[in-house]
Design a protein around this ligand. Structure first.
Ligand code: MSP
Length: 564
């Protein structure tokens, strides 16, 4: 068991306000962090903002503001959005902070001293958007630089370079399928892309910008006429906000707090910043400052949200504002949509109609209705009280006696004849089978969450919810209630529904924390009842937690339908 799960995201540029792509990444990280907390793991979730660089300086100039002031305003927009979207982080990275500056300068000083950095003169074409010199490799078939580089101009200047190429051999062996970092990048196909890119790697990395053209950055500790290249600065955030001490050369002599934190590190980033930033610069930086192979982070690469297949951009005027969406449809609707409607790792198309459709189908109809119907029926037919005697005493005992679950595993028809000898209606006797199916979904849920694919985990919860709704139809409790002979069957159906909802609330809590609290409140499931500090714990998602005689609360619509 790792000492701590360190989950970090990319830090967002503060040149413009947050959009739905930023929100997706942070909600994804938040869901994974919440899942680990649900399991009882110690979690450190770090996110933040990337405040330096030319883009930011240019945007500030356009607004007629000093960069520091401009950055403050945009940073606040990110902070407010994470609060609105319930993104609950433990550490907040701001690259203009003193703590970060010290670590960046400390590392640079060391690398300069160790001759991993040298000064050189370069003349060539420079992309302002990507903030880098371009080589002939970046030219298109007609010799031109593609639109992805934005404005390109000829430049000649002296700069400082970080030796990358001499570590190419190490990186190739590290990310080799037989190497220590064979799972360094998730999903696999991204690691293959990285290997192909590293094979072509040539030249070193320019890590400075002359102050004469850019002064919005961290000054080089050994030459005050230069500031640090924004990527070298930004990548360092993953260690500067985790307690790294740049004066100490070896990993094993780093402060204990840092080493504990750096036990299992998952860095969640978009597909555009794997190559070269994280996959090449960052891994080589860590290697050179003394991180052994077994301490390299896992790079978890997600896809992009597009608009009708095209990139969101200011110039196309199609930027989606997640804050406005949350104001219109609610925080949970936005969280649910961005987790549910994209296969993690792949791209998806954003559409407001789909957000509404997903919400109405899954949350208002399936989950909301189940909660409402179940609690209404417990109120009408059982005086708000659930009793668990039936399922426990009769059906479960018979299942255990006959080793039914093992039998089903070997032969799905093993249930034939199982119901004979039970005095209840067959529909109530399907409960054990449903509970067994739930165990399968629980396994799928855990497997999917631990692999960072909440879309599949949600699918497992939806399968469970849909089965409960089917069960309401099949068992028709309102018919059972009419007939005095079916009190046991009725009680066991009602118990099954209320108990399922208790479990569903636990499982959905990483994605929809507010709804999970809402379900618990309506079930009248209080902290005192479980006697534990955390209201939601995966351990409590075991069948049979609601005690006999538990009194549920009043139903209140949890997900009112969105009418268009
Ligand atoms: N500042 C750098 C990252 C430095 S990390 C040490 C940066 N910032 S960014 O604001 O451009 O992007 C931040 C994150 O948002 C990246 O992981 C990026 O892939 C992600 N996304 C930006 N647009 C996106 C979509 N349209 N969809 C999904 N994620 C997107 O890069």
């Amino acid at each position: 068991m790792p000492k701590e799960f360190f989950i970090a995201t990319a830090i967002d540029y503060t040149n413009s306000p947050p959009h739905i792509g930023h929100a997706y990444e942070k909600v994804l990280a938040d869901v994974i962090a919440r899942y680990h907390r649900l399991k009882g793991d110690k979690v450190f979730f770090l996110t933040g903002v990337d405040q330096h660089g030319q883009k930011v300086q240019q945007s500030a100039a356009k607004e007629g503001l000093p960069p520091a002031e401009f950055v403050k305003g945009i940073t606040q927009k990110f902070v407010d959005l994470w609060e609105k979207l319930d993104v609950k982080y433990d550490g907040w990275a701001e690259t203009t902070s003193d703590r970060h500056k010290k670590v960046v300068q400390g590392i640079l000083q060391r690398l300069w001293h160790e001759k991993q950095i040298y000064k050189d003169k370069q003349a060539g074409y420079y992309s302002i958007r990507q903030e880098q010199f371009l080589t002939d490799k970046e030219r298109g078939p007609g010799g031109e630089f593609g639109p992805e580089w934005g404005q390109v101009e000829f430049r000649e200047e002296e700069n400082y370079y970080f030796k990358l190429e001499q570590h190419k051999k190490w990186l190739l062996s590290y990310i080799d399928p037989a190497g220590a970092g064979r799972d360094a990048v998730i999903p696999d196909f991204r690691q293959t892309e990285l290997r192909n890119a590293v094979e072509k790697l040539s030249g070193d990395l320019c890590i400075s910008r002359p102050k004469s053209r850019l002064d919005w950055g961290i000054e080089l500790p050994f030459d005050k006429d230069f500031v640090t290249y924004v990527w070298f600065d930004a990548l360092t955030n993953y260690i500067s906000f985790a307690g790294y001490n740049p004066e100490i050369k070896t990993f094993k002599e780093q402060p204990e707090d840092f080493r504990d934190r750096w036990d299992l590190v998952i860095q969640i980033i978009g597909k555009d910043i794997l190559i070269p930033a994280h996959g090449i610069y960052w891994l080589i930086m860590l290697h050179v400052i003394g991180f052994p192979d077994e301490e390299m982070p896992t790079l978890f690469v997600h896809g992009w949200w597009n608009i009708s297949g095209a990139k969101m951009s200011k110039s196309s005027g199609n930027i989606v504002d997640p804050g406005a969406l949350a104001d219109k449809y609610g925080t949970e609707a936005v969280r649910y949509y961005v987790m549910r409607d994209i296969a993690t790792g792949k791209d998806a198309d954003f559409s407001e109609e789909r957000l509404v459709a997903r919400y109405n189908t899954d949350l208002a109809n399936s989950l909301g209705n189940l909660l409402n119907r179940a609690l209404n029926m417990v109120a009408r037919f059982a005086d708000r009280t659930v009793s668990s005697f039936y399922i426990r005493s009769e059906v479960e005992k018979k299942m255990a006696d006959e080793n039914l679950l093992e039998q089903i595993a070997q032969d799905p028809l093993a249930t034939d004849g199982f119901y004979s000898g039970l005095e209840a209606l067959p529909v109530a006797a399907t409960i054990p089978i449903r509970v067994a199916a739930y165990s399968g979904e629980l396994w799928n849920y855990q497997h999917s969450m631990s692999r960072g694919t909440p879309d599949l985990a949600i699918q497992a919860i939806m399968n469970f919810i849909n089965d409960c709704n089917r069960f309401v139809e099949e068992s028709s409790p309102w018919k059972l209630a009419k007939d005095g002979d079916h009190t046991h069957a009725l009680a066991s159906v009602l118990y099954h529904l209320a108990e399922s909802l208790r479990i569903i609330a636990i499982l959905i809590s990483p994605v929809l924390p507010r709804a999970a609290h809402g379900i618990f409140d309506q079930l009248n499931w209080k902290m005192e009842l479980i006697g534990k500090e955390e209201r939601f714990r995966l351990d409590d998602a075991k069948w049979g937690g609601l005690p006999d005689g538990h009194v549920v609360g009043k139903p209140v619509p949890l997900f009112p339908r969105i009418e268009k």
